[in-house]
Design a protein around this ligand. Structure first.
Ligand SMILES: Cc1cc2nc3c(=O)[nH]c(=O)nc-3n(C[C@H](O)[C@H](O)[C@H](O)COP(=O)(O)O)c2cc1C
Length: 348
């Protein structure tokens, strides 16, 4: 059942337009330096993210697991993560808690030496719904399964709300995070709607070590659920999915709201290496890519690596043209912000 839903999500994300109406990374321009005084070949793209060294400031955002096609995708993503020295997350691991026979669709990433691995569980699963909440023992199991460095707790309440049968209780999530943060390195992660300053402050107070913003600009799960509903001819779900298609906080604004609190993964709508450079300039420590990589990851490791190589090249070009020898210098690049992002930045 979970496997079928995961496969459906992948197919919809690969084949339908599930992006929000506007990509807010387009509202940022970086100041050009005609004489950068940098040797392109000496540019240093390495970073340290919450204690882990990466060769390039990129994370493959959590996407999948729990279905047969997911195993292949995760294997390919891990091969690329090792090759480029970048981090990676797996998709929600609830499926492995419920049915351990599919644990290899996640643990397959241990075949590669991924420098930073992120386990994943949904915030709704941390509290009682019509089923029991996951226990600390369940979390320890998924953490050990992939030998994780971090646990992403993903917030997907927009997606839950679009589905009439979705999980509807969020009371107590913050207390569970406070309890679990004593034993696990938690990343609070959105899935397309971003974090406000208010929520970010509460999560950091509860002990999260980092935030992955995954704001509005790219994949929206209101759209994914809209297409699932369309297939089922479920008019109620289609209507709510359409109404909330563009709900959320723009990714660059959410980076701006959170990045003075804890290290931030800037994600949601990153398409190329220039978007990644903009995420760093906005205050992120690294950038996270999901849907941009999905089709290639589903095809072959070579295809995927070609895509990431291009992202890397574009990022280095942006560093060169802004006169940045290393990622620290890139952070101080002058940026020009236009509407509608400008209004959101002022709403911090
Ligand atoms: C097919 C698919 C499955 C996803 N599954 C998960 C998941 O299980 N857990 C999670 O935290 N995020 C999941 N996400 C959300 C991504 O990690 C990311 O936050 C979101 O897609 C925004 O990034 P993008 O615009 O680069 O796609 C999924 C995304 C896609 C496209």
């Amino acid at each position: 059942m979970i496997g079928k839903r995961k496969e459906e999500h992948i197919r919809i994300a690969e084949n339908e337009d599930v992006s929000s109406f506007h990509n807010f990374w387009d509202d940022i321009s970086l100041m050009h330096e005609a004489d950068p005084e940098v040797n392109y070949d000496e540019i240093d793209t390495s970073v340290n993210f919450a204690g882990k060294n990466l060769k390039f400031p990129m994370i493959i955002s959590s996407m999948t697991g729990g279905a047969e096609i997911a195993k292949n995708i995760n294997r390919n993503l891990a091969i690329a993560a090792e090759r480029f020295g970048i981090g990676m997350g797996v998709g929600s691991m609830r499926a492995a808690i419920v049915d351990r026979s599919i644990e290899d669709t996640y643990s397959v990433i241990n075949e590669s030496r991924v420098p930073l691995k992120i386990a994943n569980i949904g915030a709704p699963q941390l509290v009682r719904q019509d089923k029991d909440a996951v226990s600390a023992k369940d979390i320890a199991y998924i953490y050990d399964l992939i030998k994780a460095d971090f646990l992403a707790v993903h917030f997907n309440f927009l997606q839950e709300m679009v589905q009439p049968e979705g999980d509807r209780n969020s009371k107590g999530v913050i207390d569970r995070i406070r309890e679990l943060s004593g034993s696990f390195n938690i990343i609070a992660k959105e899935t397309g709607s971003g974090f406000s300053r208010k929520t970010a402050e509460r999560l950091v107070d509860a002990g999260v070590k980092a935030i992955e913003v995954s704001g509005m600009s790219g994949t929206t799960f209101a759209a994914v659920e809209y297409y699932r509903a369309k297939k089922e001819n479920n008019l109620e779900k289609m209507r709510v999915g359409e109404t909330f298609w563009n709900w959320g906080i723009p990714s660059p604004a959410s980076v701006h709201y959170c990045s003075d609190l804890v290290p931030v993964i800037g994600s949601g709508g990153l398409r190329n290496g220039l978007d990644l450079a903009k995420a760093i300039v906005m205050g992120a420590t690294v950038g996270g890519f999901a849907r941009t990589l999905l089709k290639d990851a589903d095809t072959s490791p070579d295809q995927l690596m070609k895509n990431i190589e291009l992202i890397q090249r574009e990022f280095r070009v942006a560093m060169f043209l802004t006169g940045s020898k290393n990622v620290y210098e890139l952070k101080f690049t002058k940026k020009i912000i236009s509407e509608p992002l400008k209004d959101w930045l002022e709403a911090k």
